[in-house]
Design a protein around this ligand. Sequence first.
Ligand SMILES: Nc1ncnc2c1ncn2[C@@H]1O[C@H](COP(=O)(O)OP(=O)(O)OP(=O)(O)O)[C@@H](O)[C@H]1O
Ligand SMILES: [Mg+2]
Length: 242
Amino acid sequence: MGVERSALLYEGKSKRVFATSDPDLVILEFKDDATAFNGVKHALISDKGRINCALSAYLFDRVREAGVDSHMVEKISDTELLCRNVEIVPVEVVVRNFVAGSLAKRYGLEEGGRLARPLVEFFYKSDDLNDPLMGWDVPVILGWTRDWEMAFMKEQALQVNVILCAFWDDLGIDLVDYKLEFGRRPGGALVLADEITPDGCRLWEKGTGRKLDKDVFRRDLGDLSATYHEVYQRVFGAELGA
Ligand SMILES: Nc1ncnc2c1ncn2[C@@H]1O[C@H](COP(=O)(O)OP(=O)(O)OP(=O)(O)O)[C@@H](O)[C@H]1O
Ligand SMILES: [Mg+2]
C-alpha cells in the first residue's frame, strides 16, 4: 500500500501507536502484554497480539457491514492494523447486557443477571484516576465532549451492541459487557476507534457461564492464551496458524 511505519507516537499497555508517512494514518500494533488493575498485574500472553489483531479487524468489518464506521482501514500484518488517525475522546463507553464487574460491585449485586435492556455507562479515560464513572453532563460541562457527541456515542454503542450480541450469540457466547472508544476526525466527525477484543469485553459461554475473556487473567481462572486461542477458533473455525 506504500504507507511506511515511522515514529512511535504512544506505547500503551496492550498496543503501540505508530505514525506513518501519511499524517492521516496511524498503525496500531497489538502486543502480547496483558495487564489488569490499571497495570498492577502484568504478564506476556503467547499469541495475544496476533489473536486480538485478527479479532479486532474481523469485528470492525462486521460492524462496518452493518453500517457503523470505524477508524480501521485494513489489517496489514499479523499484529498491525492501519487506521485513520483520530483524536481520542477521553470517554470510555461501556455497554452492559448482564450484571458483572464494576456494576455488580458498585450496587452490591450478584454477577450474572440479564439487564432489562442494554445499559450504556461513561467513564473518564484517565489511568491516574482509575477511570471514574461519569454522569452524562460531566464530560460536557468539563469541556471534554459535546452533547451531540455523547448522544452519538450512545446511539452508536447501542447499534454496535445489536450487531455484536447477535454475532457472539451465534457462537454460543453471551456478550456480557464491553468498552468502546471513539475518536474525532479532522473535520470533527466521530468514529469508533481503538479495539474490539476479549481484553475489553466480557464473554461468557452460554449454558456453563465459563469466562472467555481477560477475566481469566484478572481472576486467575486459568490459561489466558488457551482461552484466547479458543475464542479465535470459534470465530474463524480454525486454529491460529504457526
Ligand atoms: N485511530 C487511532 N488514532 C490515534 N490513537 C488511537 C487510535 N485508536 C486507538 N488509539 C489510542 O491508542 C492507544 C492504544 O494503546 P493501549 O490500548 O495499549 O492503551 P492503554 O494502555 O489502554 O492506555 P490508554 O487507553 O489509557 O491510553 C490508546 O490510548 C487508544 O485510545
Ligand atoms: Mg487500551
